[in-house]
Design a protein around this ligand. Structure first.
Ligand code: GLA
Length: 387
């Protein structure tokens, strides 16, 4: 959404102009899926698709929200905020305000109109963008001086407590810390991070939207988290130094196989293997190895997510199968929580059009479904929206 369109819509609705405009991006993740809440490694980046916000203090005790994309409003006194019913769009904003209040911040009434171009339910973290945009915007507007990592944590907590998804830190981290042209590796235990340039003259990142909205995702997501925690409990009996799956080795998992049973063992093995793939992939990027090697790791990640972590779905699997045959594809996998949403595809820049044509036809032929694709670029994290 352009700054002028946002100012116009805001002013029309609230009868006053916004005093701050914010842009908060969605995210992609090159590799490192379902590792964040296991204290592991992830390699996300912020994308050009974003949510934009107009904000101003309104001189009352009320928060007034306006969702421009779906024409809905919500109003509540700051003192009265609490989680709304599951799935309510205002939960993300309210959860952030609750987090700021908990830190002792004084939050007066404010107006907020927002809208953007991150397709919802596509696994591109539109919800994290909403949380991070509001967190960053209020921090700026109120001069709270909260650092960026703490803002990402406040946004993550909003997801836990107001949206009911026990997510890791990846999405909010990426929306806050993204850097144009780079992916960023986050160590979710130490919170150390490092940027890696992705040379988009040789390859592009193409997202293929399965069109399946990940409705199952919330409950299955929380279940995966519990399964991993159960794995850690079993592993820690033999080795108390194991506090998370980050500490476990494949041989320790193998040795605990019997007590774990097939399902838990698969979940644990996947996480340990995925962490190793993140390490390997960043080494390839650093060393400038051929993109085929990067792509192999991305394909392997999908196999693990499909077979061992079991968070894929038939449509995503078809998209990855098609990518194996598609012109210019180096690697493809499902991305994000799973059960729908997008695949991420690493594609030779010169072949992007052919790749998209092949995928679109293949998805139609195999499943009778229309494919939406986005050739995305890596963008900066949350910040002021300028004209
Ligand atoms: C969702 C969560 C993230 C992460 C991914 C899976 O996007 O919000 O924290 O766990 O799923 O990697």
């Amino acid at each position: 959404m352009t700054a002028s369109a946002l100012i116009q819509a805001f002013t029309q609705h609230f009868d006053a102009a916004p005093t701050l405009l914010v842009r908060a991006p969605g995210r992609l993740n090159l590799i490192g899926e379902h590792t964040d809440y296991n204290e592991g490694l992830v390699l996300p980046g912020a994308i050009m698709q974003a949510v934009s916000f107009g904000l101003r203090l309104n001189g009352t005790d009320k928060i007034r929200l306006r969702a421009l994309d779906f024409d809905k409003s919500y109003e509540v006194a700051v003192a009265d905020i609490k989680p709304l019913e599951h799935g309510h769009w205002a939960n993300y904003q309210l959860g952030v305000v609750a987090g700021l209040l908990r830190r002792g911040a004084e939050v007066p009434g404010f107006d907020c109109a927002f809208g953007g171009d991150i397709p919802s339910g596509a696994g591109l973290s539109s919800s994290a963008a909403v949380e991070c945009g509001v967190a960053w915007g209020l921090n700026e507007m109120l001069g709270l001086g909260i650092d960026k990592m703490a803002l990402a944590h406040i946004a993550q907590k909003a997801e836990h407590e107001y949206a009911g998804v026990m997510c890791g830190l990846m999405d909010q981290f990426a929306s806050v810390f993204g850097r144009a042209g780079h992916v960023v590796r986050l160590d979710c235990r130490s919170l150390d991070y490092a940027y890696f340039p992705l040379d988009t003259t040789t390859c592009r990142l193409v997202l293929c939207n399965s069109g399946v909205k990940h409705s199952l995702a919330d409950s299955e997501y929380n279940k995966r988290r519990e399964e991993c925690a159960e794995g850690v409990r079993i592993l820690a009996k033999k080795n108390p130094a194991i506090k998370s799956l980050r500490d476990a080795t494949l041989s320790e998992i193998e040795a605990a196989k019997e007590e774990m049973g097939d399902v838990i063992e698969r979940r644990c093995r996947y996480v340990v293997e995925e962490n190793a793939r993140v390490e390997a992939l960043t080494q390839h990027l650093e060393a400038g190895h051929p993109l085929q090697e990067v792509g192999e790791l991305i394909y392997a990640s999908h196999n693990g997510l499909r077979d061992d972590y079991q968070v894929s779905c038939p449509e995503l699997d078809v998209l990855v199968e098609l990518a194996h045959e598609a012109p210019g594809a180096y690697g493809a996998r499902m991305m994000g929580g799973g059960f729908g949403g997008c695949t991420i595809n690493l594609v030779d820049s010169a072949e992007v059009d052919n790749f998209i044509a092949f995928m679109t036809k293949g998805y139609q032929d195999r499943l009778g479904l229309e494919l939406e694709t986005y050739v995305t670029t890596l963008a900066d994290g949350v910040g002021e929206l300028t004209a």
